[in-house]
Design a protein. Sequence first.
Lengths: 296, 183
Amino acid sequence: MAPRAQRHAGFSKRAQYTLFTGYIAAGGGALVGALLLGLSLWNPAFLSGLRGGAQDTVAPATRSVAVARTESKGLIASIKGYLRAGSQNAALKREMEIARIRLKEAEAVRQENARLKGLLAIREGEVKPVAVARLVGSTASSTRRFAYLGAGSAQGVRVGMSVVSPRGVVGRILETGRNSSRVLLLLDPESVLPVRRSYDSLVAFAEGRGDSLLRIKLVNLGINPLKAGDLFVTSGAGGYYQPGKAVAIVTEKTSDGGLARIVSDPAGTDFVAVMPVFEPEAAKVAGTSVGQAVAQ
Amino acid sequence: MERYAPRERRDAYGPRINREHSPLIALTLPWISIMLGSLLPMLFIATALPLVPPTGFLMLVAWRLVRPGLLPVWAGLPLGFFDDLFSGQPLGSGILLWSLAMIAIELLDRRIPWRTFAQDWIVAVVAVLAYLLAGLVVSGASPGSPVLVALGPQALLAVLLFPATARLVARLDRMRLTRWRAA
């Protein structure tokens, strides 16, 4: 049945004007949208304060949902543990997995140390996280992979800091609100991270593909030395990330590198630590274009 | 006590005596439900793939198709803006795409005023697929084949979710006109 033709205004001048104004407003809305879109593609930080504020507003709700979600996940995990061989089984397995990653990381650190022995006066010391918080949500329906973190500028979180979980690197802070911030996940199609193989100095870039895999792009082309199972860790190049954190494990070899699965899948991540920028000076230089002088 | 015309005491929207429709709820419920739809994907787990259907957009399309004449043509502007705040897409993409969707459905309604559920579903499928593809193009990410492939499950979920969304909207539309006890 055809609906009553409300949108035919008939002879009523008022109805005609209302209808006309509606169309004008809709067209204008589309134009405004196109304009804003152009501006925010040109300058991604455009009006980011607005988003930060909006994030802060809904943070209490997202935080409590996140707590419920991870707790229910924990419940399911322990039920699974009982079903198999007691509740410890699940916990032990998780620990074992982390230990295996740690072992590979330790190997990387040893190799790094050996290389640095040649250079003297390299500063050493424990790096303390700026903040520890929950990943409270994500942009689960957009092509861009962002996550929301339950800590913001009030907790000392700044743009550019790296976000790590006990398993490995999760991403980088992109925007901060007062009590929440937006994290660019490694899986985002725009994310690029300098990495190296855990047991030698093979350097590469890990780029997000947007489909839950990372593309490992080798810096030196030639014979592709990758093997499935190779662990890649952060190299510290660029100055943003602490070196030696687990990033991804190669699953498949391609012509110019490989495809890798991320070690710290955001879906399995609960609490994360925000680490300070590794070398602020280097990061500043890396962020400066060729023609510009580095501001002091 | 004997009751006169007991059937006349209530209808689909509740008891009629000493009860009133609430203009506030009748006018705001569609908007609020669409905004809640925009917030919903954020509560899900931080998935490695874009997996959750764009529930805000689905709600918008469902309200527009199930209950035409309720949302004005320009509703895409404010609702799209709200969606942009949380969706992770660059600001403006929601405003643009939601406005275009509203205009497109309006134009389609002028051409084909008859409706069946199947027709609504087809319109929704086309709208959602176009929305996802356009969202990919304007997301600021370099579109490649892996990203396109990753869109598949999400699109499928969205298409399958439309009938449920339409039923939800129909239920909400009845709730919209519930009578409340006059204060």
